[in-house]
Design a protein around this ligand. Structure first.
Ligand code: TXA
Ligand code: MG
Length: 326
């Protein structure tokens, strides 16, 4: 199969490419498309076989459910059996945007989407191309990040092409994604909302929008409430060594080619490649995955990373760095 890469303009998404993508989805095919977080590997979310194909292409374990993307809150409501007040308030404030809700599923959602579970993850992405595709397709699109399982998520169409060239018919290319890391996942099925995966939208923002309590899931490999939270999920090939700000620095450089991802204050770390990372959490997140892939391309064996401070605004970046280091 030949993989077509269609460039789409952000301001006025090319109607032909969008129609082509929607047609392929209707035919049960898998299409990669941009969202504001990372590129997604999309399939018709109500087509059991199409969603299975996504799992197969990714090499994703069948027990890790996928997110359904929809064009608006009204479409999300059809996929769930309960729409609590907190969902209404968060949708009002953050949709379209990088926030995914876990809610009780309705009967139209296939088991394969939810990995057999009673809940479904839904979100309205804030990307003109994703929204144009969702409107044209006129149905939910199941889309995990468009990477092979356990690789870092793609923030460029080229990242998708590397993993899926010849295996999917179409990639919609709208350039680099804006957020750079995956959406915040918040479980709204319990009495207190719980953040299962940190992202651009922080627990404080959610708390503020709801004017109530919000819990933050402490990720560990034992609890599978959000199986994608398994530590192995976001790993580059190079080994990461995380340097906390108050921890002693390594005395000797590790063997092989080394890189150093430094923050504003460069410390006395010896490495072959030095990359200055932005000192803002949003800018850092935007560059993180492409930087890790770059290091792999340069055959870096070990990446020494200055850890950003342990504050809420940095928690999503710290989370992805810890996973990459695992
Ligand atoms: O930003 C994003 O969320 C991107 C773009 C493409 O939208 N998608 C993405 O999908 O990151 P994926 O499949 O790579 O990650 C989905 C996460 C996983 O951690 C998965 O376990 C969790 O959402 N998830 C999905 N359905 C769930 C459910 N019913 N209950 C709990 N967690 C769920
Ligand atoms: Mg993923």
């Amino acid at each position: 199969m030949e993989t077509r890469v269609e460039k789409v303009n952000l301001e006025s998404p090319n109607a032909t490419a969008i129609r082509l993508a929607a047609g392929l989805l209707r035919d049960g095919e898998v299409v990669a498309f941009p969202t504001e977080t990372v590129y997604g590997l999309g399939a018709n979310g109500l087509d059991d076989a199409a969603v299975r194909l996504v799992y197969e292409l990714k090499g994703r374990p069948a027990d890790n459910p996928v997110i359904l993307h929809v064009a608006d809150a009204a479409s999300a409501k059809r996929l769930v059996s309960e729409w609590p007040q907190c969902a209404e308030a968060l949708a009002e404030k953050y949709w379209p945007g990088p926030l995914t809700f876990v809610l009780r599923k309705s009967s139209i959602v296939p088991e394969v989407v939810t990995a057999g579970g009673p809940t479904v993850a839904v979100r309205v992405p804030a990307h003109p191309v994703a929204l144009a595709l969702l409107r044209e397709f006129d149905g939910p699109i199941a889309a995990p990040s468009a990477n092979r399982s356990s690789k870092t998520s793609p923030t460029l169409a080229d990242h998708v092409l590397r993993d899926f060239d010849g295996r999917i018919p179409l990639i919609l290319d709208a350039g680099p994604t804006d957020v750079g890391i995956e959406s915040t996942v918040v479980d709204l099925t319990g009495p207190v909302p719980e953040v299962l995966r940190p992202g651009r939208i922080t627990p404080s923002q959610i708390r503020h929008a709801l004017d109530g309590d919000v819990r933050v899931h402490r990720g560990d490999a034992e609890r599978l409430s959000s199986p994608g939270m398994l530590p192995r999920h976001y790993a580059p090939t190079a080994r990461l060594i995380l340097l906390e700000q108050d921890a002693p620095l390594p005395q000797e450089a590790p063997p092989g080619k080394t890189a150093y991802l430094t923050l504003a204050q460069r410390r006395d770390v010896r490495a072959d490649v030095c990359v200055f990372m932005p000192n803002s959490p949003t800018e850092y997140a935007k560059r993180l995955y492409a930087t890790l892939r770059d290091m792999d391309d340069q055959s870096v064996g070990v990446i020494l990373v200055d850890m950003p401070p342990d504050t809420e605004e940095w928690s999503a970046v710290r989370d992805r760095l810890r996973r990459a280091a695992h």
